[in-house]
Each structure stands twice: as structure tokens, then as C-alpha cells.
Design a protein around this ligand. Structure first.
Ligand SMILES: C[S@@+](CC[C@H](N)C(=O)[O-])C[C@H]1O[C@@H](n2cnc3c(N)ncnc32)[C@H](O)[C@@H]1O
Length: 336
């Protein structure tokens, strides 16, 4: 289905019906990954072919009662909130893009989880000869993307069941896969679907051990009246679930004779301006399930306690600025 949008008038295709995607498929190689779930949350493990295990970290934030019914519910996004701190949010994406190289300019580029289209626009400018597609499940984000990147083709898509209409030269996914459960198979499929010498480039935030995340889950556990939990147990279980694995897990998943895999992580020390900037940062992304999942009264209680805790964990400097460390994992796969 294709429709012309209103403001911005970019083309928005609904490709949900195209879950089959590209025709060519390859059989899953023996010894490849299969998703498992259990006390440690979702991980990828090799079938037992004697390969080393890469999952040393463990995921202690995941309670034992996590089960497959704890799928994240649909999250609402607010593009205007997400567009705050623009220079901080765009820097990792530009550093990721700097590691992408081509012998010949790419013809087909996909920006997965394109959000408000900031990076979709960057991609149209970086690769002026390419057909650039932005893909996202959020209609709110896509409306903003239509204005930010008017020459891009936009698609409203649930990424886990989607395949590209055309074989991509570049699949770019900034800050998406940490939101997508069981994305190991999806990543492998995307690498297989690349053109020869195509590139997959992804960046994922790493936050499950950070104060802002731990305080968020702690406040859901005890931020109600008299130290009681806030919201339904399913909301807390959803937040505890970690969808990413360690860097070596991604290497093990994607390395092979036909790929060159480059993985690194960077911890940024963001210097943020304004009052309660860590709240403002989280409100645009990490807090979205909480905002959606609590009643107005519950959210008011949550906000009071969480803000107090955030202020203690991230005190402002004498000049009023706040230091906010934030780690990100980068993954670039060049196919041979
Ligand atoms: C954190 S934002 C990143 C936006 C953009 N890539 C950027 O870095 O500016 C994540 C985006 O991924 C989209 N998203 C999350 N889960 C998705 C899914 N399963 N399928 C498609 N899009 C998804 C959200 O709607 C949101 O726009």
C-alpha cells in the first residue's frame, strides 16, 4: 500500500504485507545461533558445535520469572522530545557513518528505525545518488521524518517481520536494535540480503547498569505510596528484559568468510544544559514505556520520586551543567 502524506508530502508505504521480502533465501547454516530465553534474559547461543561462549556478562537485572509473554507493548514516541539534545544524539550516528566505506557509491540505502528523519536526511546528503528509504513503526516519527527528509521514501513497518523490497547497499540502524527482541536472526538475515560489498551499520545504547535505568526500575518497584510498586508487573518485566548481548556475541553471530566485522564501544560524557536534563533525555526514549504504562496518578508519584533520585545521582556542576555518561555499542559489517 502506498499513500501520499500531508505535510511534507513524502511517500509513505505500508510494507507490513511484504513480510516475505526478497525472494532469494539461504538455508540456515548448521552451527548457527538460536535464540534462548531464561533467567538471564534473551541471549544467542551457538548450537552445540564446540564454539566458545561469548556471553560472560550475565544480565542480573532480569528476574527469573521473565517469560515469552513479556513482549514489549507498542511504545508511543514523541518526535519533538526526541529532537532535544540534537548534537548529543547525532554524534554517535555520524561516528558510525564515518566507518562505512564503499568502492562504488551505494544505490539503495535503508535507514531502519529512522525516527524523526534526522539521519535519513544525513544519508540523502551523504549519498546523493542513492534511493534512500526510511523505515519505522511510529506514524508520529514518520510524519516528522517526511518533513526532515523530503526526498526519502518512508515506510511504516514493524521491523521484526520485514524484508527490504530491494537488495540494500547500506542498512543503517541507529539506536534501534536494543528495542527489538530476538534481533539476532534479523541481523543475520539483513547481512545476507545485502548486495555484494554492501554494509550493515548499527549502533545500540548500553544502559542496563546505568544509574538512570536502575533508578527508573527501582522507582517502579518502590515509588508508590508506602514503598509499594507502581504499574502492572508486566511493565516492570518488560523493562527488565535486555535485548542486546555483549560485543563478542555480535561478532560470533555475524563473522564469517563473507563478512568483515568491526565492533567497538564508546562511552560519551555528555555535558547537558538545563534543569533536570537526565529526566529530559530519558523522557524521549528510555522512559517511553513508563509514560505509556502508568496511569496519570501513578506517573505523578513516579515522577516525584524518580526526579529526586536522578538529582542525587546526577548533581549539577557549579556552572549548572550536568555530566551524563552514556555508552554505545557500534557494529559495522561489510559483506564480501
Ligand atoms: C531511539 S529512536 C531512534 C531514531 C533514529 N534512528 C535516530 O537515531 O535519530 C528508535 C526508533 O525506532 C523505532 N522502532 C522501535 N521499534 C521498532 C520496530 N520494532 N519496528 C520499527 N521501528 C521501530 C521507533 O519508532 C523510533 O522511531
Amino acid at each position: 500500500m502506498a499513500r501520499r502524506g500531508g505535510a511534507g508530502a513524502a511517500v509513505v508505504h505500508d510494507e507490513r504485507a511484504r513480510a516475505g521480502g526478497l525472494g532469494r533465501r539461504r538455508a540456515t547454516a548448521a552451527g548457527r545461533r538460536f535464540p534462548v530465553r531464561g533467567q538471564g534474559g534473551h541471549r544467542w547461543r551457538r548450537r552445540p558445535t564446540g564454539l566458545r561462549s561469548c556471553f560472560s556478562e550475565g544480565v542480573e537485572v532480569t528476574p527469573a520469572h521473565t517469560d515469552s509473554s513479556d513482549r514489549p507493548s507498542k511504545v508511543s514516541w514523541d518526535p519533538q522530545l526526541y529532537l532535544r539534545f540534537p548534537e548529543h544524539r547525532i554524534r554517535p550516528a555520524l561516528e558510525l557513518l564515518d566507518r562505512v566505506s564503499f568502492d562504488t557509491p551505494p544505490a539503495v540505502v535503508y535507514d531502519l528505525g529512522c525516527g524523526p528523519g534526522t539521519l535519513t536526511r544525513v544519508l540523502t546528503e551523504r549519498f546523493p545518488g542513492a534511493e534512500v528509504h526510511g523505515v519505522d513503526s511510529s506514524p508520529e516519527m514518520l510524519r516528522t521524518a517526511a518533513e526532515a527528509a523530503p526526498t526519502a521514501h518512508l515506510h511504516q513497518v514493524e521491523i521484526s517481520s520485514w524484508r527490504p523490497r530491494q537488495r540494500p547497499d547500506l542498512v543503517f540502524a541507529n539506536s534501534l536494535f536494543h528495542l527489538v527482541p530476538d534481533h539476532g536472526d534479523l541481523l543475520r538475515r539483513m547481512v545476507r540480503d545485502l548486495t555484494p560489498r554492501g554494509v550493515l551499520a548499527a549502533q545500540m545504547p548500553v544502559f542496563h547498569r546505568t544509574p538512570w535505568f536502575r533508578l527508573m526500575t527501582q522507582t517502579l518497584e518502590d515509588g508508590g505510596r508506602g514503598g509499594t510498586p507502581l504499574g502492572a508487573p508486566g511493565l516492570r518485566r518488560t523493562l527488565y528484559r535486555r535485548h542486546t548481548v555483549e560485543a563478542m556475541g555480535y561478532y560470533d553471530l555475524l563473522a564469517g568468510p563473507n563478512t568483515e566485522v568491526d565492533i567497538w564501544s564508546t562511552e560519551y560524557l555528555h555535558v547537558l544544559d538545563g534543569p533536570d536534563p537526565v529526566w529530559a533525555w530519558a523522557e524521549a526514549a528510555g522512559l517511553r514505556p513508563v509514560i505509556d504504562g502508568l496511569t496519570a496518578a501513578e506517573f505523578a508519584e513516579f515522577r516525584t520520586t524518580y526526579l529526586e533520585r536522578l538529582r542525587a545521582a546526577y548533581p549539577p556542576l557549579p556552572d549548572g551543567r550536568t555530566l551524563f555518561p552514556f555508552q554505545r555499542l557500534f557494529l559495522v559489517v561489510h559483506s564480501a
